[in-house]
Design a protein around this ligand. Structure first.
Ligand SMILES: Cc1ncc(COP(=O)(O)O)c(C=O)c1O
Length: 353
């Protein structure tokens, strides 16, 4: 799957420290203190810890600066600059297109099926991949911004239908909030499947910028070649190790988010200007409203930021709202109720509910 021109190019490999007790190869400050040395390219302790969290081998995962960087690494190591193509399924996370554009690659859009709870359209993806000679298909489950999921069966059927040299990237940034299991283990057995995980969402560590790509060892080595030499700063590793040692961290947070999400999901359809609330397995909800611009502007005027979702052929006037704490949700709901007097009501469009 790697770009043919990269196969021939010599890649930078950071020098190993093994067996060395006088290190004079990296132009570092020579007096030992906390930060005088470059960090390990892939910090071993954190890799070991995360390999247990995701139940994969240490050689089957790669750490990046957020999964954002993993998306970029995959695009740069697989797509030929200037004429590569990837397929995404709108409404989709914006970074797939962003990094493809920066790389001079094309983004082909295969919309999710609105009438089927935003399921993927397998025949359309297969055809778009063939027709455009696309080498990567980006999927996201639970999907940002819709919150909807893709079943293991659907991913399996897509993999069966695609040529084996097409890489499927399954972005599982929000999977901890879902009832569906992660496909991380399956990715380690499937050379053309990479699963992306992150510590930014359920772990609550967005500020650390830690993402994880999981796949078969050969696939992981392919994308590792595009990493900068020392991407993960030492204090980030220490902070992550500390957070990961907190007992029940994820279980409690996931429970809290699910409870708050269900509360919002019950309350939001009562608002006069809300047309539809999509089912969500993530820590946000996607709504369609009578006037998304106005809603976002009015909320902002009260100090509350909501995300206006770009217009897609299969989604109009949509707003994405992150689930907050109980207190934050109470403030949000009070504001949204007050805004009923300033936004057009949609009772007349009942057919849309
Ligand atoms: C679907 C999806 N993937 C990846 C990311 C990037 O996450 P990070 O770079 O913080 O790991 C996000 C962030 O919002 C996201 O929604």
């Amino acid at each position: 799957m790697i770009r043919t021109d990269l196969n021939a190019a010599p890649m930078y490999v950071a020098p190993s420290k093994q067996g060395i007790d006088l290190k004079l190869d990296a132009n570092e400050w020579p007096v030992e203190d906390e930060f005088n040395r470059y960090p390990e390219p892939q910090p071993r302790a954190l890799i070991e810890e995360l390999s247990q969290v995701y139940e994969v081998d240490t050689k089957q995962l790669l750490l990046s600066r957020g999964s954002d960087e993993a998306i970029d690494l995959i695009i740069r190591s697989v797509l030929q600059p200037g004429n590569g193509a990837l397929v995404q399924c709108s409404p989709a996370f914006e970074m797939y297109r962003h990094y493809a554009t920066l790389h001079g690659a094309k983004t082909i859009n295969c919309p999710l099926k609105r009438s089927d709870d935003f399921a993927i359209d397998i025949p359309a993806i297969v055809m778009a991949t063939r027709q455009n000679d696309a080498s990567i298909v980006f999927l996201c489950s639970p999907n940002n911004p819709s919150g909807t999921t893709i079943s293991e069966d659907q991913i399996g059927r897509l993999l069966d239908a695609l040529a084996p040299e097409v890489l499927v990237v399954l972005d599982e940034a929000y999977v901890e909030f879902s009832v569906l299991p992660s496909l991380a283990k399956q990715a380690t057995q499937t050379p053309n499947l990479i699963v992306l995980r992150t510590l930014s969402k359920a772990y609550g560590l967005a500020g650390l910028r830690l993402g994880v790509a999981i796949g078969a060892e050969t696939t992981i080595n392919t994308i590792a070649a595009a990493l900068p030499p020392y991407p993960i700063p030492s204090p980030v590793v220490d902070a992550a190790m500390q957070a990961l040692s907190t007992p029940n961290l994820i279980e409690l947070r996931v429970q809290q988010v699910r409870r708050a999400r269900e509360q919002l999901k019950r309350a939001l359809p009562q608002l006069s200007y809300v047309l539809k609330v999509w089912p969500s397995d993530a820590n946000f909800l996607l709504l369609e409203v009578s006037d998304a611009d106005r809603l976002v502007k009015q909320a902002r005027a009260s100090g509350v930021s909501l995300r206006r979702v770009t217009e897609y052929a299969n989604l109009n006037n949509a707003v994405r709202i992150s689930v907050g704490t109980q207190q934050q949700n109470d403030r949000l709901l009070k504001l949204l109720i007050d805004l009923q007097s300033t936004l057009p009501g949609q009772r007349a469009m009942a057919g849309n509910h």
